[in-house]
Design a protein around this ligand. Structure first.
Ligand code: NAP
Length: 310
């Protein structure tokens, strides 16, 4: 088990390998998806305590399964729960709302689904167009003072939006896309986070599985994969070739490519923990192996060269 680390300046201690819970749902044999409750139990039993969910993940289903599992198994105090809100379903469309009244209600709704009286980390999932960012974060600060949440996060905010959101210094955690293929945030959000002691949680750490090393050059892309930028035919096979260049490094450390990739992220200063998504307990257990990989300066440089910031 890897040693727990502090999440930024929050005082909250988490395992460096967390669990992205957007696939926490009912079981689905066709996609090797195990019942989410079993995945949560496996994670916590093995010390993976940081669980990242959101209202949007199954319109509350991920939160409900997490809540039920933790309650039924008396595990609430063993888990650090991060959840998010901002989305509103209106007929066939989804709108975003960061109004203080909306966020206050959204936190209460998440508390009910999670069957708990506190949320460790609550993020504004996406910025809306209307609400001043510092007002939205101010509402979360009041919920923090009331003991309903322990830390404040924002997700999918640009650097400018983050600066406005953090006007009063209330932001504890930022979550945004970051992986070896998409490293742009190293030059934008990372320096701001580091300067302000904000923890950065990267999402899509495996670029939806591409960086987990499971694809090869003979793989035929499925129709439902082709809507993701990194799965476009003109770039996908180059990515696969680059991922394959990490194989020797993984072999040297007696792990798989996925573990080298996660270990690389953990060497970046504002990152304390990562949240790879997992469909089953096997992937959870497997991802934990990354906590033991210690990459040296030469190896880090090699990875930077294979996947330059573009
Ligand atoms: P990801 O972590 O980049 O990829 C997850 C996929 O990688 C899994 O579904 C699985 O692919 C594969 N995988 C995981 N562990 C593996 C292993 N040990 N060996 C082989 N393959 C493995 O993408 P994600 O799940 O979409 O994102 C991670 C988390 O980030 C989410 O759960 C969510 O919590 C968060 N997120 C947040 C936002 C936001 O707006 N804040 C947006 C997106 C995601 P298969 O499906 O092929 O098995």
């Amino acid at each position: 088990m890897g040693k727990e680390v502090e999440l930024g300046k929050t005082g909250i201690r988490v395992h460096p390998i967390g669990l992205g819970a957007n696939k926490i749902s009912e079981a689905d044999e066709a996609t090797h998806t195990e019942y989410g409750g079993k995945i949560i139990q496996t994670a916590i039993e093995h010390g993976m305590n940081f669980i990242d969910t959101a209202f949007m993940y199954g319109k509350g289903e991920s939160e409900e399964i997490i809540g039920k599992t933790l309650k039924d198994n008396f595990l609430r105090n063993d888990a650090v729960i991060a959840t998010k809100g901002a989305h509103v379903f209106q007929g066939n469309s989804i709108i975003l709302n960061n109004h203080p009244d909306f966020l206050t209600q959204a936190v209460d709704d998440s508390l009910r689904r999670l069957q708990t009286d506190y949320i460790d980390l609550y993020y504004i999932h996406f910025p809306d167009e209307k609400t001043p960012k510092y007002e939205a974060v101010g509402a979360l600060q009041r919920l923090k003072e009331a003991g309903k949440i322990r830390a404040i996060g924002v997700s999918n905010f640009t650097q400018e939006q983050l600066e406005e959101a953090n006007e009063d210094g209330y932001v504890d955690v930022v979550q945004d896309e970051y992986n070896l293929i998409e490293r742009a945030n190293e030059e934008t959000l990372f320096p701001y986070c580091q300067k302000n002691n904000i923890s950065f949680v990267p999402y899509f750490p495996f670029a939806s599985g591409l960086l987990a090393g499971t694809y090869d050059k003979n793989y035929t892309l499925k129709e439902n994969q082709k809507n993701k930028p990194q799965f476009q035919e003109d770039v996908f096979y180059d990515h696969v070739e680059n991922v394959d260049k990490l194989r020797a490094l993984a072999h040297k450390h007696k792990v798989e490519i996925a573990h080298v990739v996660l270990a690389f992220y953990l060497t970046k200063k504002p990152i304390d923990t990562v949240i790879p998504g997992a469909r089953n307990g096997q992937q959870v257990m497997d991802n934990l192996r990354a906590a033991k990989v210690d990459l040296n300066a030469y190896e880090l440089e090699l990875i930077e060269q294979i996947f330059p910031i573009n």
